[in-house]
Write a protein that binds this ligand. Structure first.
Ligand SMILES: *Cc1c(COP(=O)(O)O)cnc(C)c1O
Length: 357
């Protein structure tokens, strides 16, 4: 059997969820969209359900998968419905629903629903992706209540730059949000992972952490709060071939690496078809036989090469951690000029093995 696999530590997932709750003292929706950022939404939801206040996903297809697996907790649809005919299913399965656009508000007004909805009314406070314009916000709120189709409204918005702790933009977004909701008594929800960890002053009855649940930092710089997180996923494989090469020999496609000296090279069963980033350059950290080393040459589809020259205890069959408890996914992501969100979501082909830690 090919030795590439992803180990998922569900105890670490619960630890991270508790950190979000402890820091904020708020009700905490675990964001498990995109198959829990590649970690397996059903297994993650099952592990968190006894303590989670609810879950958030991107669309009804993801939400239905949770219900089919027996998850009864609240599930918020972060983009609401894409077509009005989803409303019947939303009611049937008791999903919570974001309203981010006037067309969704009109669809609710024009619907016939057997039970009233829980709506999270989204304001565009400056990100300019989705969300109602501030001038429409209060009217939309009143229309939802007047429609008779809505039992409860939560007021929400989303930060564009909360990972930049010295940036004014989040403060400006909070000011826009506070002005738009003035006089409304409904609960509010603003904070995603970087805002949970880095913006304690922002009031949020409900918080919506995603990436932090999986133990990766949303920040580029070191952060004390983020250092309390436990990595959930360990992506590992094994050395399947060892080569001794003299100086001056190319390694891999494009001969992007030429041995500067005699080298011992390990070939690892892991490649970009598993989701390991092809952009990761020579020097990207790996752990082999318990010791840090580095990637060399170009990542291929099913294999990559690492330097074993200074790791004499490593050989055929040695375990290699590509990211996990020792090699942080955020460091691999930074080396590959991307973010941990993307390298987690890209994971495929490797079997996922779950443990309680
Ligand atoms: C994805 C998402 C989140 C979670 O973001 P993280 O940065 O992973 O914590 C929160 N809120 C909304 C609206 C989202 O789309």
């Amino acid at each position: 059997m090919r030795p590439a696999r992803a180990l998922i530590d569900l105890q670490a997932l619960r630890h991270n969820y508790r950190i979000a709750r402890e820091i904020t003292g708020a009700k905490t929706l675990a964001v498990i969209k995109a198959d829990a950022y590649g970690h397996g939404a059903v297994r993650c939801a099952q592990a968190l359900e006894p303590e989670a206040d609810g879950f958030a996903v991107a669309c009804i297809e993801e939400a239905l998968e949770l219900r089919a697996a027996g998850i009864h907790a609240p599930v918020l649809l972060l983009e609401g419905f894409f077509e009005a005919d989803e409303l019947a299913l939303i009611v049937e399965h008791d999903f919570w629903c974001v309203v981010h656009s006037l067309w969704q508000l009109e669809a609710i007004e024009n619907s016939t629903l057997s039970t009233p909805l829980t709506v999270w009314l989204k304001l565009d406070s400056g990100m300019h992706r989705v969300g109602l314009h501030p001038k429409d916000y209060q009217v939309a709120y009143q229309r939802l209540l007047a429609s008779g189709k809505v039992a409860k409204v939560v007021l929400m918005s989303h930060f564009a730059r909360a990972d930049e702790l010295h940036c004014q933009a989040s403060t400006d977004q909070v000011a826009v949000f506070e002005a738009a909701r003035r006089g409304l008594t409904a609960e509010v929800s603003l904070r995603n992972s970087p805002a949970v960890l880095g913006w304690p002053q922002v009031h949020s009855d409900w918080v919506r952490p995603g990436i932090l649940l999986y133990g990766a930092t949303p920040f580029e710089e070191a952060n004390d709060m983020a250092s309390r997180l436990h990595p959930v996923m360990t992506l590992e494989s094994k050395v399947i071939c060892v080569r001794e090469l003299p100086a001056g020999e190319p390694i891999g496609y494009g001969a992007k690496f030429i041995t500067p000296k005699p080298m011992r090279v390990g070939v690892v069963a892991m490649g970009y078809a598993d989701g390991y980033p092809r952009q990761a350059p020579t020097g990207t950290p790996v752990l082999v036989a318990g010791q840090r080393s580095q990637l060399i040459g170009r990542v291929s589809m099913d294999m990559l090469c690492i330097d074993l020259t200074d790791v004499p205890q490593a050989g055929l069959g040695s375990t290699v951690e590509l990211w996990g408890k020792n090699i942080l996914a955020s460091d691999v992501a930074a080396a590959a000029d991307t973010i941990p969100y993307q390298i987690f979501c890209n994971l495929k082909r490797v079997p996922m093995l779950y443990s309680e830690g």
